[in-house]
Design a binder for this molecule. Structure first.
Ligand SMILES: C[S@@+](CC[C@H](N)C(=O)[O-])C[C@H]1O[C@@H](n2cnc3c(N)ncnc32)[C@H](O)[C@@H]1O
Length: 229
């Protein structure tokens, strides 16, 4: 039995406002409101909906809240507390970041967005001292080639499984469990191709990303005996 559970949050909709819409009045207004340069602003669909109209694949972009809720759920856990949880964020721009399990994610979304903007700009947070979240690879392919264990996706069209089975196989084989951070649609083909396995839960009916992560995490904690007497 392996010692750690590893998650990668795939295609996370975290990016700085892209060049082509930096001049849009909605973007300029929100930069003024936050008192930051337009280039330091995180894309957020709830603020930049009109500005995003012409962006390609806009339904998969500008949703920092999904990553926020997922991280809050998985990092506030006995497994994280015990240092047995490994978490990575893969972004829509294909970068991969490691999140140390002792990281205290800000509860307030606006503060989280500020932190993510800083991460994307500097490649690490905090900017000084020991980093808590930091870039580990410039692409998903590069990241996976640096690991011995395979990528297993949680995917609505994968092989039928229970959270307990996913957790026990992940722990036994050291699998990296990939969960999509996009609000709708499917994984990019390039991501699907990199997976050695895929599991579907709950008959493949759509679940929220943080629900999938939390159920597997709880199953792993049960298996590892954290909820026993
Ligand atoms: C909100 S879903 C993605 C959007 C969803 N495909 C849709 O069009 O509504 C977020 C992620 O949770 C995971 N997921 C959701 N439901 C699942 C299920 N029934 N079995 C396994 N994974 C699931 C997948 O990793 C998926 O990419």
């Amino acid at each position: 039995m392996g010692e750690r559970l590893a998650f990668i949050l795939l295609e996370s909709p975290l990016e700085l406002v892209p060049d082509e819409i930096r001049g849009h009045p909605q973007v300029r207004r929100s930069a003024r409101r936050y008192g930051v340069d337009v280039g330091d602003l995180l894309l957020d669909k709830s603020l930049h909906y009109n500005a995003m109209a012409a962006l390609p694949r806009k339904w998969k972009r500008g949703r920092p809240d999904i990553v926020h809720i997922t991280l809050l759920n998985i990092l506030d856990s006995p497994l994280a507390e015990e240092g047995k949880l490994e978490v990575y964020i893969h972004t829509v721009s294909n970068r991969v970041y490691r999140v140390e399990s002792r990281t205290r994610i800000p509860k307030h979304l606006e503060r989280f967005k500020g932190l993510m903007a800083q991460l994307l700009k500097l490649g690490r947070v905090p900017p000084e001292g020991e980093p808590l979240i930091y870039r580990v690879a410039d692409s998903l392919g590069e990241f996976l080639s640096s690991r011995r264990e395979g990528l297993a996706l949680l995917w609505e069209r994968g092989e039928r499984a229970s959270p307990r089975r996913v957790a026990s196989e992940a722990l036994e084989e050291g699998l990296l469990l990939g969960i999509g951070m996009f609000p709708r649609g499917d994984f990019q083909r390039s991501v699907l191709r990199k997976a050695s396995r895929a599991y579907r839960l709950y008959g493949g009916r759509p679940l929220k990303a943080w629900t999938v992560a939390a159920r597997i995490l709880c199953a792993a904690e049960e298996i590892m005996g954290y909820w026993g007497e």
